[in-house]
Design a protein around this ligand. Structure first.
Ligand SMILES: [Zn+2]
Length: 325
């Protein structure tokens, strides 16, 4: 039986096709919800299709590696430090940090070395093993579904994960149940409204849903959170949003939309075409800076990671109590 296609954010069932290929010019149909503007795959992959994709192609197509390179580790560590610096003003004494989809565990390790009780869950065997053994990150090989439905954390990190869920709504509702009273959720994901690239270069099979600041906020609000802080600027390629568990229970229903959401998403997507995108200095300057960063990383990554591993081993090894559950 074919399931009726409904929008995960608003429950709407009218969609408009906005792309037919992914960023590598492979066929991939992408739709926008005519009501709220949430962008998603036209066909949500089945569990079997996803398992096959992640089991085979993903690591090669997406990361190009099965164990992380020095450069990847260096970047992940710097990101972890950046996230910690962003969030520490919002931490309260005794907060317990949990990361869902923690990768090699640099984010949770960055919190741990600053003295916070933290742990991460990561389903990928290789990344989990590397993180636990080499970086001594407090990691467990688990998925969100494996965690018990009880409040176990004060701050949850969801970094480049929400776009991979078949139903981000279900995931956010589940995460809401893991937060203690006053708990906060930090979400980071690609920003569809940023001046990225033409539509033909935007979409990826692994990113089932694509968010603008508006659609992410509305989804969070309808799952029992209220917006707290948006760290990212409008042009940032990544959305960085802190939301707080609402004191009232999740409404458990889709929000009422004013139907302007779709127009807003389309406006954001149409802001740049290939020529205007590449011609502007605000594109060229970050590209030049990025190339310089690549070169710098290439030259320094090995030494950086050697010193990082040394530092990580000096910090306390993850105790068995670091189990997420
Ligand atoms: Zn919708």
């Amino acid at each position: 039986m074919t399931q009726k296609k409904t929008c995960d954010l608003c429950g709407g069932c009218e969609f408009e096709r906005i792309a037919t290929s992914d960023r590598k010019q492979q066929p991939l149909d992408t739709d926008v919800c005519r009501t709220c503007g949430l962008v998603r795959h036209a066909q949500i992959p089945t569990d079997d299709e996803l398992a096959e994709f992640y089991g085979s192609q993903y690591r090669q197509d997406y990361h190009g590696e099965t164990t992380p390179s020095d450069r990847r580790v260096m970047r992940a560590w710097k990101n972890g430090r950046r996230i910690y610096q962003q969030l520490w003003p919002y931490l309260k004494q005794g907060d317990r940090i949990l990361e869902i989809g923690a990768g090699i565990g640099c984010n949770v390790k960055a919190f741990e070395v600053e003295g916070w009780e933290s742990c991460g869950i990561e389903p990928h065997e290789g990344f989990c093993e590397y993180g636990s053994q080499v970086l001594r990150s407090p990691l467990q090989r688990q998925s969100l579904e494996d965690l018990p439905q009880e409040p176990i954390a004060d701050v949850i990190l969801l970094v480049h994960v929400i776009e991979h869920f078949k139903s981000p709504r279900q995931a956010l509702e589940r995460i809401r149940g893991l937060l203690r009273p006053g708990g906060r959720l930090y979400i980071e994901c690609p920003n569809l409204a940023a001046p990225f690239a033409p539509r033909g270069k935007l979409f990826h099979y692994a990113h089932i849903h694509n968010f603008t600041p508006q659609t992410l906020r509305l989804l969070a609000e309808s799952c029992g959170y209220r917006a707290h802080t948006l760290f990212s600027a409008a042009a940032d390629p990544n959305l960085q949003m802190l939301v707080e568990a609402d004191t009232v229970s999740p409404r458990g229903e889709q929000p009422t939309m004013d139907a302007g959401g779709c127009d807003e998403t389309l406006r954001a997507l149409n802001r740049f075409n290939w020529l205007t995108y590449h011609a502007r200095w605000s594109y060229a300057a970050p590209r030049i800076a990025k190339l310089a960063t690549y070169l710098y990383e290439h030259l320094t990554a090995r030494r950086f990671v050697r010193e990082l591993v040394h530092e990580c081993r000096r910090s306390p090894a993850p105790p068995s109590a670091s189990r997420a559950a």
